[in-house]
Design a protein around this ligand. Structure first.
Ligand code: SF4
Ligand code: SF4
Length: 104
């Protein structure tokens, strides 16, 4: 049986920050004002209490070492992201495909 903890360990590959659409809230911008210049306002649906923004991809907060420059105050969606989830695996596959494409 595989170790469940190791399955959930983040590989720190940065694929999620490079490949996925990151949607954040106004409260995330209050916590991390450095994100504001990059945040594109999206439509606010009546059921949403806060305006939604999207970040460019790759995320501008991902530094050259593959680390998050605002790790301690990163948006809630980033805090809640689960390593080895379906989205994580999808992001890693996208990075693999991009790498293979560049190698060809
Ligand atoms: S894609 Fe998955 S393994 Fe890679 S950094 Fe993101 S959460 Fe971690
Ligand atoms: S804010 Fe940090 S953790 Fe979130 S997508 Fe950007 S680089 Fe990744």
């Amino acid at each position: 049986m595989k170790n469940q903890k190791s399955e959930r360990t983040c590989r720190k590959c940065g694929a999620c920050c490079k490949n996925l659409l990151i949607e954040i809230f106004e409260s995330d911008l209050v916590l991390s004002p450095s994100l504001r210049p990059f945040a594109n306002a999206k439509h606010k649906f009546p059921e949403d209490t806060e305006r939604i923004y999207s970040l460019p991809s790759p995320c501008p907060m991902l530094n050259k070492k593959g680390q998050c420059d605002i790790y301690l105050t990163r948006p809630g969606v980033c805090r809640g992201f689960t390593p080895n989830s379906r989205q994580c695996r999808m992001a890693r596959q996208m990075s693999d495909k991009r790498r293979k494409y560049v190698e060809i």
